[in-house]
Design a protein around this ligand. Structure first.
Ligand code: ZN
Length: 248
């Protein structure tokens, strides 16, 4: 019988039963179990894991566990430099794109507002979210850890917060999104690109007060909505600025 000792760090402890949080514990492992298999069997989605050390050495997800191995499992580091350690995922996603599960519509709209291509449909099921994540190289966003354990998923983000604005801040900080944001370039409803449109072309769609006070407009060729810098825009701008995004 093979048994190994595990220690999980930082927020990965949220996935463990109380008695296993922030302590070493020894568990029996299946014959030929990999680090990934055991980490998920213990309740932690592998997409939440950034670094694994086995007996002090950087290891990947496919490392087979041997009797007496000591396994330290770390989430994405916020505060200290891990470049000397080999990360479990060699290739970061080149362009950050998302697919949100059916419960994260508010978050999906905020990510689109920040310019991140985000698929969302309130009828989407978990297998479809997983398939889109794998096939299109999208980060799966969910509050369902089982979804992140699905076969093939490599990039996922377990969302802890309950309200959209807090979820947005959480995802933004965890994935360091501030520098790649392109605010107000995508339609919140359609995920389609917005383009500038002349006032004369949309004048008949505008409330009189807007026609009198605004001169710059964007439109979506998918839903034909017209957008301008009103109160909604100012709230969105404040949310983005609170996350370190500069808006001219
Ligand atoms: Zn639209």
């Amino acid at each position: 019988m093979v048994s190994a000792t595990f220690r999980f760090y930082e927020e990965l402890n949220d996935f463990l039963p109380r008695a296993r949080r922030k302590v070493e514990f020894t568990v029996p492992c299946a014959q030929a179990a990999t680090t990934k298999h055991m980490i998920e069997a213990l309740g932690v989605p592998h997409t939440e894991v950034e670094v694994i050390l086995v007996n002090g050495e950087s290891s990947g997800f496919e490392r087979l566990l041997c009797d007496g191995d000591r396994v330290a499992v770390y989430p994405k580091f916020e505060t200290f430099d891990v470049r000397p350690l080999l990360r479990v995922r060699a290739e970061p996603l080149r362009t950050v794109r998302f697919v949100a599960d059916a419960h994260l519509g508010g978050l999906a709209r905020l990510l689109r507002m920040a310019g991140f291509d985000t698929l969302y449909d309130n009828r989407i099921d978990d297998p479809t979210v997983a398939a889109l994540s794998v096939d299109e190289g999208r980060v799966a966003l969910t509050r369902d850890r089982e979804l992140l354990k699905r076969r093939g998923i490599t990039h996922g983000c377990y969302v802890r917060a309950l309200k959209p604005a807090q979820q947005f801040a959480e995802v933004f900080q965890r994935l360091d999104l501030a520098s790649s944001a392109r605010p107000f370039t995508l339609c919140l409803a359609c995920n389609a690109p917005l383009r500038p449109v002349a006032k004369s072309e949309v004048a008949d769609q505008l409330p009189p007060s807007v026609r009198a006070s605004q001169d710059e407009f964007l439109t979506c060729d998918c839903c034909h909505g017209v957008f301008w810098r009103g109160s909604h825009w100012r709230r969105m701008k404040a949310l983005l600025e609170s996350q370190g995004v500069t808006i001219s």
